[in-house]
Design a protein around this ligand. Structure first.
Ligand code: SAH
Length: 232
C-alpha cells in the first residue's frame, strides 16, 4: 500500500515536471503582466521583482494555462481560486515586509501568493483549511523551489500561536470580521492585511502600534472567496 502510494506520487511528479518549464514566451508574458500592474499603480519594486521570478503558470490547472499571465483570478481545486496578480501585488506591498521577516499567511490555496512571499525572502508560515489543496500544494511548492518554513493544515481563524509574534500576517480569503487571534499574534510595528466583509470586502490593514493599540487603514473594495471556520 505504502509502496503504491509512493509510486503514484512519483509518477504524478514526473508528469508535473513535464509542464514545469519556464520558457522565454512565459517570461515575456510575465514581463507584460508586470508592466500592467505598474500601470495600475503597483510601484514597490521588490514586490514586482519577486513576482517576476515566480512562474504563475505552474500554479494553474491545465485548462487555464493560457490565462496565467492575464490579470485575473482563476479557479483551482476544491472550488477555490488563485488570486488576481494585482491583488497579490497589492496585498504583498501593504504587508511592507523586509527580507528575513517572519510572516504568517492564511489561505495557502494554490501556493502562488506563498511563493511570491518566499521569493521576497520572508520566513513563511502558511495555513490551509482544505485538505485536498493542502496535500497538493505542500507536495508541489517545495518541488518548485519555493520553501515555506512550515505549511500547516488547520483553521486560520486561530492563527499559529506556536511561532507568534509575526512581523506580518496576510489573509487571502474574505473574513466576515477580524479574527482576534490574528491581532494578538502581530508583533508591535507589524501589519495584518485582511479583506473584511461578506460578499464583497474592503481591503483593510491593522498596524499594531503598541501592545494594546492598533491603527486601521482601508484600501477599497475587493472580492475574495470566504474565510471559512474549521478544517475540511
Ligand atoms: N493565496 C491563494 C488564494 C487562495 S483562495 C492563492 O494565491 O492561490 C483562499 C484560500 O483560503 C482557499 O484555499 C481556502 O480554502 C482558504 N481558506 C478559507 N478559509 C480558511 C481558514 N479558516 N483557514 C485557512 N485557510 C482558509
Amino acid at each position: 500500500m505504502a509502496r503504491t502510494q509512493t509510486h503514484e506520487l512519483s509518477t504524478l511528479y514526473t508528469a508535473y515536471r513535464g509542464i514545469m518549464k519556464d520558457t522565454y514566451i512565459h517570461k515575456g508574458k510575465r514581463k507584460k503582466l508586470l508592466e500592467t500592474l505598474q500601470q495600475k499603480g503597483i510601484s514597490d519594486l521588490k514586490v514586482l521583482q519577486a513576482m517576476n521570478v515566480v512562474p504563475r503558470h505552474w500554479f494553474m490547472d491545465s485548462s487555464f494555462l493560457d490565462h496565467a499571465y492575464t490579470d485575473k483570478a482563476f479557479p483551482i481545486a476544491a472550488d477555490q481560486t488563485i488570486s488576481q496578480p494585482y491583488t497579490v501585488a497589492h496585498q504583498t506591498a501593504l504587508l511592507a515586509c523586509f527580507s528575513g521577516a517572519k510572516v504568517l499567511e492564511i489561505g495557502t490555496g494554490s501556493g502562488y501568493q506563498s511563493a511570491v512571499l518566499v521569493a521576497l525572502g520572508v520566513e513563511l508560515y502558511t495555513i490551509e483549511r482544505q485538505n485536498e489543496l493542502f496535500k497538493k500544494t505542500s507536495l508541489f511548492l517545495p518541488k518548485m523551489g519555493f520553501r515555506p518554513k512550515k505549511m500547516i493544515f488547520g483553521d486560520g481563524y486561530k492563527g499559529f500561536p506556536e511561532k507568534a509574534p509575526y512581523d506580518g500576517i496576510i489573509v487571502t480569503a474574505g473574513a466576515p470580521f477580524v479574527p482576534k487571534a490574528l491581532l494578538e499574534q502581530l508583533a508591535v510595528g507589524a501589519r495584518l492585511v485582511i479583506p473584511i466583509g461578506e460578499g464583497t470586502q474592503i481591503m483593510t490593514v491593522f498596524k499594531r502600534v503598541s501592545a494594546s493599540k492598533f491603527e486601521k487603514m482601508e484600501y477599497g473594495e475587493c472580492r475574495f472567496v470566504p474565510l471559512l471556520a474549521q478544517k475540511n
